[in-house]
Design a binder for this molecule. Structure first.
Ligand SMILES: Nc1ncnc2c1ncn2[C@@H]1O[C@H](COP(=O)(O)OP(=O)(O)O)[C@@H](O)[C@H]1O
Ligand SMILES: [Mg+2]
Length: 288
């Protein structure tokens, strides 16, 4: 990785700041960059205190990349999975009844946003465009230079400490998503995370799947390439080329004929008969 010296210093600063927390929380890594720039640019942006928006189809490694960044910085990460029913409580926290000296008291249980801000950790907001548009503006002041939020549950203003950082993920155009509000999008630096291909995909499959047969792995790499071509031609939906589904398929192919693995792992998840047939036709040219 080609990282400028000043950025290396900033990364080291974090690694030192979090050297104690590392032992408490297991940190995962393992993202393999499709080109030289995905991982390095994300590191540069976060080191400079920018919010990073990972943009890419389902199963392209966005969560894996966020985990890997957290691992490199040795900085724990708090996650939020956005959905239509996500509300302020899911982001900020909630009140509950506790006990103090035998008396009932109202306690505030901090949510992921406040936890990450108070400890200077990373915040991962997954599928940010699945949230209701009216919920997210709560985060505007968290995401800009103010780095703070008013907590309506306690009536206090929460401020982020040094090293606090935000990574969000978005799958644009996916069913159920809404276009991300401009004011929100404006606060992010965007990094595209496409499906990996060729030798990079081979490496991902070798690392992540239990399939150890090299010839078969190479065929699954070819299958992926053909599937992506069909996605571009509009013949099959994008999720048919998901790396997650491909890893599942490779796992199955360790113990069943590859064609049946493709059927179960990829084809039968699709809605239309025509799409299922398209996937199986491609697979039949590679596997017998
Ligand atoms: N570039 C990559 N490097 C490492 N693993 C990858 C990569 N792309 C996909 N994967 C694997 O594919 C699966 C799905 O990745 P994930 O990060 O959950 O995708 P997303 O969050 O984009 O939906 C995981 O098992 C992950 O390890
Ligand atoms: Mg994910």
């Amino acid at each position: 990785m080609n990282i400028p010296a000043e950025i290396k210093n900033l990364i080291e600063e974090r690694q030192i700041a979090f050297s104690n927390t590392e032992k408490q929380v297991p940190l995962k890594g393992g993202f393999i960059s499709a080109n030289d720039y995905i991982l390095t640019d994300a590191l540069i942006a976060l080191s400079l205190g920018k919010n990073v928006l990972l943009k890419g189809p389902t199963g392209s490694g966005k969560t894996k990349l966020a985990e890997t960044l957290s691992n490199i910085f040795k900085q724990p990460m708090h996650s939020i999975n956005c959905s239509v029913d996500m509300d302020a409580e899911a982001l900020l926290g909630f009140k509950t009844i506790g006990q103090e000296n035998g008396k009932n008291t109202i306690e505030f249980v901090p949510g992921p946003v406040i936890k990450a801000m108070n400890q200077g950790h990373l915040l991962y907001i997954d599928e940010i465009n699945m949230a209701k548009p009216e919920t997210l503006p709560i985060l505007n002041s968290v995401l800009d230079y103010r780095r703070m939020v008013f907590n309506p549950f306690t009536g206090t203003v929460e401020k982020a400490i040094n090293h606090f950082g935000v990574i969000a993920a978005i799958n644009e155009g996916y069913i159920g998503t809404v276009p991300l509000n401009e004011a929100l999008k404006n606060r992010f630096v965007v990094i595209e995370v496409p499906y990996v291909q060729g030798n990079t995909l081979k490496e991902v499959l070798s690392n992540e799947s239990i399939l150890k047969d090299n010839t078969k792995i190479e065929k699954f790499v070819m299958l992926s390439e053909d599937l992506i071509t069909q996605v571009r031609n509009g013949q099959i939906p994008e999720e048919a080329a998901s790396i997650r589904a491909l890893i599942d398929t490779c796992d199955l192919a360790t113990y069943m004929p590859p064609l049946r693995a493709v059927q179960r792992g990829i084809a039968d998840k699709l809605e239309e008969e025509r799409e299922k047939a398209a996937v199986m036709n491609i697979a039949q040219t590679l596997f017998v």
